[in-house]
Write a protein that binds this ligand. Structure first.
Ligand code: AMP
Length: 209
């Protein structure tokens, strides 16, 4: 099987991965998939939906095996429906992998070309952003300060070590402080040349694959 050519959007909760991912996902040739969005789209009365609620409401990760299984089914469905076209689209993954076990389980499926590590040292700003989002998007996990703090702890303990799993040469720290447009510019400076190098641009008639 050909592995999916992938960019990982990485960073602490509330740093802006989703905002950037959504914008980039609108650019032709990119496909954005946020693991949290997939979880939130589940039927919350289904067994998996209930598991998601059980863990996310405490600010904890859904167990690795369930998460990977759901991710595999979801990406398969997106390819079958041609929503994501692996030969044409650069996959932009947001919120997965979130543990070393997930990074290892995904390795046979992903060719990780770059890891964009969004960095913001201002925890209070991230907490504020999450609280705003909780009101706007009705997100239970971001409504409670205690749960938010737990999300940061889990990030430090379980997710941050994932950065060390990838070669330093493909990990890029990106300053996540600024307006969405300014941050987008920083991300695209890294990501656009990668897309150009790996995918054909049909408008330019330049077959690279
Ligand atoms: P997010 O929207 O990325 O902040 O994710 C919201 C919640 O979904 C997290 O707090 C976790 O409970 C769950 N979740 C999302 N992605 C993952 C993942 N890769 N592994 C485990 N749990 C996840």
């Amino acid at each position: 099987m050909q592995r999916y050519k992938t960019i990982l959007l990485f960073g602490a909760p509330g740093v802006g991965k989703g905002t950037q991912g959504k914008i980039i996902g609108h650019i032709p040739g990119f496909y954005h998939l946020a693991c949290g969005d997939v979880f939130r789209s589940l039927d919350m009365t289904s067994p998996l939906g209930r598991k998601f609620l059980e863990h996310s409401s405490k600010g904890e990760l859904v167990p690795d095996e369930l998460t990977i299984e759901m991710w595999k089914q979801n990406i398969h469905a997106q390819t079958v429906l041609s929503i994501y076209k692996p030969t044409q689209d650069l996959l932009v993954l947001d919120g997965i992998p979130r543990s070393l076990a997930q990074a290892k389980a995904l390795a046979p499926y992903l060719e990780v070309l770059n890891v964009i590590h969004l960095v913001c040292r201002d925890v209070d700003a991230m907490v504020m952003r999450m609280r705003r989002r909780a009101l706007k998007e009705n997100r239970l996990d971001d409504a409670d300060e205690k749960v938010i703090r737990r999300r940061f702890d889990v990030y430090q303990k379980e997710t941050a070590p994932v950065l060390g799993h990838y070669p330093e040469s493909i990990v890029h720290d990106v300053d996540a402080v600024g307006s969405p447009a300014v941050i987008l510019q920083r991300v695209l400076d890294i990501v656009a040349p990668i897309q150009d190098a790996h995918f054909r641009n049909p408008l330019a008639g330049d077959p690279k694959v």
